[in-house]
Design a binder for this molecule. Structure first.
Ligand code: AMP
Length: 486
């Protein structure tokens, strides 16, 4: 069995996640299943629900989509109780991944406690090593498990104080939804890197990664949790604490660009509106004469609408997406790959032929998508292909919860924009500037000394220390761990 805490390990840094919880509703688990369904875009490969029935905790964890795993009445019927939390995760395939499916649950001396985590801890490796030395036995490879062990060894009495003890020791990005006996806790890290919103459905309190998950169960949006805030929800209502030292807010700007759903509002801003603004700013910054603006669906659609409106160039769906592509469907083998199988996108030839086409997408990571799309649009008869990207070049890895590969694999880390343009085969290529992105977000300018958002994937300015990455002897430790546990 492979064991590694390498942040780039296949079994580890795929921590794009959605979290959801509800307390005070007799069909809590069914509500969580719906909430997770609305958060499916935040992680497609595993999901889990833990609920409390007043006496016992029950759980169901599975690899795959929420709809595949929580559709049967028997499963949801087994998850009885008026409080439940859930998690949807971008994990890896294979047997070993099931142990990493959240919420993580543990029996403490004070009773059961479950944790669902969105984000990524940046000192989990260091803490894990210390905990293992103290005799803690880890059952998963997820960074979240250090929270469980830190709580277990805390000298505090109450579960919430033990959690706060753990929070004082962890670093990184985290939005947590936790479930104890008749109690739900929500926490955002001091920088508020990942989203977490509070809602109400009647008398029941709801916590969710995004507002679209409130909408699906008809819950009303109350507010975003503040960075560093911890809320305790029980039968007496809600109590808000700020147990951690306040830090300047560093919400992940990539949530607005790509990750969050466009029908969500985050920190008072509509994701859809921001994407349209970014598209408009991109059009102002990188105008090119063309006949048609075409989004790469779905992620490029709002920005392309903004681009088309601003440039007065007609918008059309010149690329159509097949929505039924899943990981379970055949991936092209080498034998059929040369056929150029287009599983996900196809050009809408009639609307492209003979035209000068502006193609809008949200980001270039490895360059695979853009290369395929440019080729496809050319093959459909485009006269010119101008690629426009609604983010600055992604030149740095994310260590706070977005799945990006190590920087050597990022096209923008290795190449200039001109070289990238040649690589993807476009006539021209332009990205929105970092300053332009801030303008689109409604900021007068990016504060270079203290940026208003976490934009590390574009700027390389990491607001939270990368303890594990900076640990000098990490490489050696990792190889020892890996050798010892294979
Ligand atoms: P690539 O093909 O590697 O250049 O990746 C770029 C494409 O992946 C774009 O179309 C994005 O919409 C999408 N994308 C960007 N970031 C992510 C992410 N963290 N997870 C999944 N897809 C992403």
């Amino acid at each position: 069995m492979k064991f590694s805490t390498d942040p780039f390990d296949e079994d580890h840094l795929k921590e794009e996640c959605g979290v959801f919880g509800i307390l005070g509703k007799d069909t809590a688990a069914a509500m969580v299943a719906l909430g997770l369904h609305a958060l499916q875009h935040r992680g497609q490969e595993a999901a889990g629900i833990v609920c409390f029935d007043g006496e016992h905790f029950n759980a169901h964890h599975a690899l795959g989509h929420v709809g595949e795993n929580f559709n049967s009445d028997s499963i949801v019927a087994r998850l009885v109780g008026d409080s439940a939390i859930g998690h949807t995760r971008y994990a890896t395939t294979g047997e070993t991944a099931l142990r990493n499916v959240q919420p993580l649950y543990a029996d403490f001396d004070f009773g059961g406690f479950a944790v669902a985590h969105n984000g990524n801890l940046t000192n989990a490796h260091k803490l894990r090593k210390q905990l293992v030395k103290r005799g803690c036995l880890f059952r998963s490879t997820t960074d979240t498990e250090v929270i469980i062990h830190l709580m277990a060894i805390s000298h505090q009495q109450k579960p919430v104080d033990r959690l706060i003890d753990a929070l004082h020791q962890i670093e990184g990005a985290y939005s947590l939804v936790c479930l104890g006996k008749n109690m739900m806790i929500g926490v955002r890290d001091p920088y508020g890197v990942r989203p977490l919103v509070l809602g109400k459905q009647g008398d029941a309190y709801v916590l969710a990664s995004e507002t679209c998950a409130l909408d699906i169960i008809g819950a009303e949006f109350v507010r975003d949790l503040e960075p560093g805030e911890l809320v305790i929800i029980d039968n007496n209502g809600l109590q808000s604490l700020h147990p951690l030292k306040a830090a300047p807010s560093k919400f992940c700007i990539f949530e607005y660009i790509y990750f969050a759903r466009p029908d969500s509002s985050v920190e008072g801003r509509s994701v859809y509106e921001m994407r349209k603004n970014i598209g408009a700013e991109l059009a102002r910054e990188s105008h090119v004469d063309a006949d048609i603006v075409v989004p790469v669906p779905d992620s490029g659609v709002p920005a392309a609408i903004g681009y088309a409106n601003e440039s007065k160039i007609p918008f059309d769906l010149g690329i159509i997406r097949n929505h039924y592509v899943g990981r379970t469907f055949i991936q092209p083998t080498d034998r059929i790959r040369h056929l150029g199988v287009k599983l996900k996108h196809n050009a809408n030839r009639r609307f492209i032929e003979g035209k000068r086409v502006i193609v809008v997408d949200d980001s270039i990571v490895r360059g695979t998508t853009s290369t395929k799309i440019v080729d496809m649009v050319r093959n459909a008869g485009a006269r010119e292909v101008h690629m426009r990207i609604s983010s600055p070049p992604t030149a740095h890895s994310c260590f706070y919860g977005i799945d990006t590969p190590e920087k050597e694999k990022l096209l923008a880390h290795n190449y200039t924009i001109e070289q990238m343009c040649r690589f993807i085969g476009a006539d021209t290529l332009a990205f929105i500037s970092l300053e332009g992105l801030y303008r689109a977000m409604g900021e007068t300018k990016r504060n270079a000394n203290a940026p208003q958002f976490c934009d590390a994937c574009f700027s390389g300015d990491y607001p939270i220390s990368l303890t594990d990455l900076e640990t000098e002897d990490k490489q050696e430790e990792l190889s020892v761990l890996a050798r010892g546990n294979r």
